[in-house]
Design a protein around this ligand. Structure first.
Ligand code: COA
Length: 179
């Protein structure tokens, strides 16, 4: 897989069945921190809300060589502070560990900093999510805080890590990756 095979497309209702399938997988559901039991009704409602113009949500389907393999989302956009939260999942497990996640985060950071003009992108990741932490760290995110026990993996509490990346820290990001 080359990073240039990864593209982002606006999320739409057509992506709902794959989203639901992925949300039912514990690795995705727990990694992302979804609380409610996933259902098609909730998935469709979430997409509808994300697509409404005043939602403050920028949701993208991740396409690898044209195939929908996951989603990446910016939400909680704070126009006053110039900040937004990032979340991502490569739902197709066979597509993980091949650079797709890193390339997709890279692309959405370009959108955040270059298109939206944000100051900072932040995220929350649980401390045991090695793949996600490695992905974010490799793009320059730094740990900004640790909230003890604020992430539930089933009934087990683990620490939640807040990570952030400033626009001024972006220039190192791969130039060859384009939307
Ligand atoms: C986290 C996630 C998006 C990463 O995407 P990915 O395509 O698997 O990751 P990549 O192949 O782009 O790898 C990115 C980095 O993570 C590292 N990595 C990948 N899988 C790893 C694993 N299982 N353990 C440790 N590091 C791992 C890679 O080596 C790479 O680091 P490097 O650039 O220093 O070599 C993906 O694993 C996923 O969707 N997980 C389930 C949902 C989730 O947890 N989302 C994040 C919520 S905060």
């Amino acid at each position: 897989m080359s990073a240039s095979e990864v593209r982002l497309a606006p999320l739409s209702l057509a992506h709902a069945p794959a989203m639901l399938r992925w949300m039912r997988e514990p690795s995705v559901r727990w990694g992302v921190g979804v609380r409610a039991e996933p259902s098609m009704a909730r998935t469709v409602e979430w997409i509808h809300r994300a697509l409404s113009p005043d939602s403050g949500v920028h949701a993208f389907a991740i396409l690898e060589a044209g195939q929908h393999v996951g989603n990446v989302v910016l939400d909680r956009v704070d126009a006053w502070l110039g900040t937004a939260r990032l979340s991502i999942y490569v739902g197709e497990s066979t597509h993980r560990g091949r650079g797709v996640g890193r390339a997709a985060v890279n692309l959405v950071l370009r959108h955040a900093f270059r298109t939206l003009g944000l100051f900072k992108v932040w995220l929350v990741v649980h401390e045991e999510n090695a793949a996600a932490r490695r992905t974010y760290a490799s793009l320059g995110f730094v740990e900004e805080g640790r909230l003890r026990g604020e992430f539930l993996l089933g009934e087990r509490r683990v620490d939640a890590l807040y990570m952030g990346l400033l626009a001024s820290e972006m220039p190192h990001v791969d130039e060859e990756v384009t939307t």
